[in-house]
Structures are given as C-alpha cells and as structure tokens.
Design a protein around this ligand. Structure first.
Ligand code: 0X9
Ligand code: ZN
Length: 306
C-alpha cells in the first residue's frame, strides 16, 4: 500500500499516479511517454483545471539520479497536494491560471537498482549498456544536448558518476524529457529538476562558471523569493547561484531547458542538507510540506509574469 511519506517502489508510484488520475479525472491526466531502457512505463502527470486555456506550464521532474530518493518523493508529494485540495482550483489557487506537468521519476531503472541491495544504494546513472565490457549506465544529467561534453564529464563508460554517454540524448529517459520540453515549449515557462543534496537552488549556466545568461538577475530573484517561502514554512534556506558557479558540469537538463528549448526560467533544486543521499524516511512528513511552499511561490510568480 502507498504512503506519501515513505520511499516507495516505482510500481507503487505508478499505481499512485493512476489512482490520482482516476480520482480526479477532470483535473489530472496521464500522458504515456514511452519506456525506460529496462522497459518501465514512463507517465507524465498533467494537472490542470482548464487544459484549453493556454495557461503557462510549469514542468517539474525528479530522480534522474538513482540514489537521490527524496527527489521523486517530493515530486509525488507535489502531485498529491496540487490534486487533492479543492481550494487549489478556485480563483487565486495553485491551479488557477497555471498548468503543472510532473514527471516524478526520470530514471526508474537506476532507482530500482538502488533499492535492490545495500551495496547498490549509491548508484547514480541509468542502467543502459553501451560497451562490450561490464560497465553500465550514463549520467542522465550529463547527457542533454546543449554544450554536451564541454565540462565536468567523463567519456569513460566505466566512470561510475559522470559518463556523459556515447552521444547527446543517447538515453531514452533524457529523450523523453527533451520531448516534453520541445512539444510544449510555447507555453512552458518554468522547469525545475529535483535532485539531492545540499539545499541549492541553481540556474543556468551549468556548463561554465565564467559566464551568466543576460537574464540572470530575474532567475536569481525568483529563486530567492522561493527560498524565503520555504524558510517561512520552517525549512532551510536555499543557496542561490548559477549552477556553474557551484561547479561546472555540461549536459544538464537545466541548461538544455534554458538554452536548447528556450524555457525562460530553469532550475536545479538540490533538496535537503545534512544527510547526503540518505535523507531519513522519518523526516519526510515534516520536510516535504516546507518544499511545497516553495512550489506555491514558483506558481504565483509565474502566474504574475505570464
Ligand atoms: O551534478 C549534477 O548533476 C547536479 N548535482 S548532483 O549532486 N545531484 O549530482 C547539479 C547539476 C547542476 N546543473 C548543471 N551543472 N547543469
Ligand atoms: Zn542529482
């Protein structure tokens, strides 16, 4: 059975998405995006109180890195809160004038691998195979086709952390995220990719720390307002800066969203601090609601601007 404050199996996550879509058919629809490398079904959850209005779209994904369990947990919690509260649909609510597209777990193969045994708990990459030897996986967040390969990557398929893949978008999982962006680029105004850890909220560019986009100030401002909302709810503040200023790494989804798909606001959100990749399950109940306040802030800021 499903508990939103637990680390769930991917099968249970899929079941949760289907249950929500069945329970709120006027609000929630699932779009099948295809299959992961190992054949797991990928569903995009669309939450909209007026799908034909041409509302600005906020696209949130999570869990491109297998071991970062709090990311899909937050994405599911976001689905839960947005869909289940009737007040959200009314004027001024979270769904009034904004559509939310959520892909809770981009890398289900890597995630399930980290659940399969204690010794696999720190797996990061996908589970694809591109060589004859015994090395698996690509770092999905080095695999996007914008400035691919120019910094913070390895070309060695056996590198356990940052193998960028044999070519940009070699992974079905990153292709599906790209397609969601490209198919909706007209209305998509904000992209947020959920990761852990360190409590950072970073924006392009990620491929370099030497240059900032000319629009950096509005990216920076929106992030600071979000951080304040989380603090107000009792959470930790986010460290706000460009991703490349934290450390340069090319081929990230945030850079592709901004530079490749032209989405005007794009962030990587590194959830939690103090527990590295093993944020305790017992803390989800108190922590996820503080992040939700950050998403409410994203929503109202996007609504105001677009
Ligand atoms: O290195 C990453 O992919 C992200 N950090 S993590 O510890 N979750 O792996 C940061 C990505 C920031 N964005 C870019 N560098 N483009
Ligand atoms: Zn990550």
């Amino acid at each position: 059975s499903f508990n939103i404050y637990e680390y769930n199996s991917y099968a249970n996550m899929l079941e949760f998405m289907e249950t929500v879509a069945r329970r709120f058919p006027d609000l929630v629809t699932l779009q099948n995006l295809g299959k992961s490398y190992e054949g797991r079904k990928m569903n995009l959850v669309k939450i909209s109180s007026n799908p034909n209005a041409g509302n600005p779209i906020i696209f949130v994904d999570g869990g491109i890195h297998g071991r970062e369990w709090v990311a899909p947990a937050m994405a599911l919690y976001l689905i839960h809160r947005l869909s289940s509260e009737p007040a959200n649909r009314r004027s001024g609510g979270e769904l009034d004038g904004v559509d939310w597209y959520i892909l809770p777990l981009v890398n289900p193969d890597g995630y399930e691998y980290t659940r399969s045994s204690k010794s696999n708990r720190m797996w990061r990459k996908t589970r694809s195979k591109h060589t004859e030897n015994d090395c698996y996986g690509v770092d999905g967040n080095r695999n996007y086709g914008f400035k691919w390969g120019v910094s913070g990557i390895s070309h060695d398929p056996c590198h356990k952390e940052t193998f960028a893949g044999p070519r940009p978008f070699s992974e079905p999982e990153t292709q599906m995220v790209r397609n969601v962006m490209m198919d909706n680029k007209k209305n998509m105004k904000l992209y947020v990719s959920l990761h852990s850890y360190g409590q950072y909220l970073v924006y392009p560019w990620g491929y370099t720390g030497e240059i900032l986009p000319k629009e950096w100030k509005r990216l920076d401002n929106m992030a600071r307002v979000v951080s304040q909302a989380v603090v107000k709810a009792g959470g930790l503040p986010f460290k706000v800066m460009s991703a490349g200023k934290w450390y340069p790494a090319a081929g990230g989804s945030d850079d592709f969203a901004f530079g490749g798909a032209g989405i005007p606001y794009s962030y990587t959100m590194e959830l939690t601090d103090g527990y590295e990749f093993t944020f305790p399950e017992s803390r989800l109940r108190n922590t996820l609601p503080t992040f939700y306040e950050g998403f409410k802030s994203f929503g109202s800021q996007i609504k105001k601007e677009f």
